[in-house]
Design a protein around this ligand. Structure first.
Ligand SMILES: Nc1ncnc2c1ncn2[C@@H]1O[C@H](COP(=O)(O)OP(=O)(O)O)[C@@H](O)[C@H]1O
Ligand SMILES: [Mg+2]
Length: 301
């Protein structure tokens, strides 16, 4: 039993599925007089079978971009395609996992995971076996009969990942899914999630504001500008998989990517700082602090 892999087993052709192209996308809200442009002339590709991470300052427009990718909203101009087809609305080829839990509190972990297949009338041997496999993968086999309020925050996020993956979308889109977890649960989630990705190499797009999370997970790291957002830079992350906490954060490769990304984000903060934004001041301080926290402690032995 295995998680059906997109591409590796040829399910959607040898190249896999779910390549998303964003070309010259602009999104503004409001009428002409009071309009606010959140995304401006933004272009990038979410490559199939890769884990693309997007990092950008809070409020730069990442969730707005996700709503466009999901098809919940339309760009003001520019185009978004998935495997060459225009995105004109929500579709089962794309599945979004949000920061807020979407688990049904009145259903057990198992029933939550089986929700999608059952809604499609697919409560069959294959999907039940798939649910068992995913329960095992996310470490929740012993919690299958518990209800969401009986699970820790990290367990709820893991249940949510399993609930999304059983639907086998071409692309998984995740909007800061581990935000709000304590530091230790968060690092455990990185390992679980990286393991799930490494099992399938499904196309994944993961949005975060956490630099360590970004470096740990990414095959490609897209660094965004401040609002109105567009791509500042794309960094290819050449850290071998499987990724585990012990082997990633000690590596020079991880450190190099982190320094490159921090420098770009810092420049973005400085630019909006000179524009007088209070958020930017907080941002610079937060990143300077994070940077020194990670760099400071001496390694054991
Ligand atoms: N429906 C909307 N109407 C007006 N402004 C919006 C709307 N949605 C988002 N914005 C603005 O877009 C900016 C980016 O928001 P968001 O995409 O949530 O950023 P991020 O996810 O990067 O933190 C914010 O300034 C927000 O106020
Ligand atoms: Mg957001």
């Amino acid at each position: 039993m295995n998680i059906p892999s997109k591409g590796a087993n040829g399910a959607k052709g040898p190249g896999g599925a779910g390549e998303i192209r964003v070309e010259g996308v602009t999104k503004s809200y409001g009428s002409a007089q009071f309009s606010k442009t959140v995304i401006e002339d933004c272009s990038f590709t979410i490559e199939r079978n890769k884990l693309t991470v997007m990092i950008g300052p809070s409020g730069c427009g990442k969730s707005t971009l996700i709503r466009l990718l999901a098809g919940f909203e339309r760009p003001s101009s520019g185009s978004i395609t998935i495997d060459g087809k225009p995105v004109t609305g929500p579709g089962k080829d794309r599945l979004v996992v949000f920061q807020e839990s979407a688990l049904f509190p009145w259903m057990t972990t198992y029933d939550n995971i089986m929700y999608g297949p059952r809604a499609r009338g697919e409560d069959n041997e294959a999907t039940r076996a798939q649910a068992e496999f995913l329960l095992e993968k996310v470490g929740l086999r012993a919690f299958r009969k518990k209800y969401p309020p009986q699970l820790s925050g990290g367990m709820q996020r893991r249940a949510e990942l399993a609930r999304a993956m059983i639907n086998n979308p071409d692309v998984m889109i995740l909007d800061e899914p581990f935000r709000g977890l304590d530091a230790m649960s968060k690092e455990l989630m990185w390992e679980y999630y990286a393991g799930l990705f490494e099992e399938t190499h499904r196309t994944n797009f993961f949005v975060t504001t956490d630099i360590d999370e970004a470096v740990f997970l990414a095959d490609r790291l897209i660094v965004m500008t401040n609002v109105p957002t567009r791509v500042r830079s794309v960094i290819e992350v050449d850290i071998p998989r499987p990724r585990r906490l012990a082997n990633v954060f000690d590596s020079d490769a991880a450190n190099d990517v982190k320094m490159q990304a921090l420098s770009l984000l810092h420049q973005e903060a400085m630019r909006s700082f000179s524009g007088g934004s209070r958020a930017a001041t907080d941002f610079i301080e937060a990143y300077a602090r994070r940077n020194s926290e990670r760099a400071a402690p001496a390694k054991p032995n």
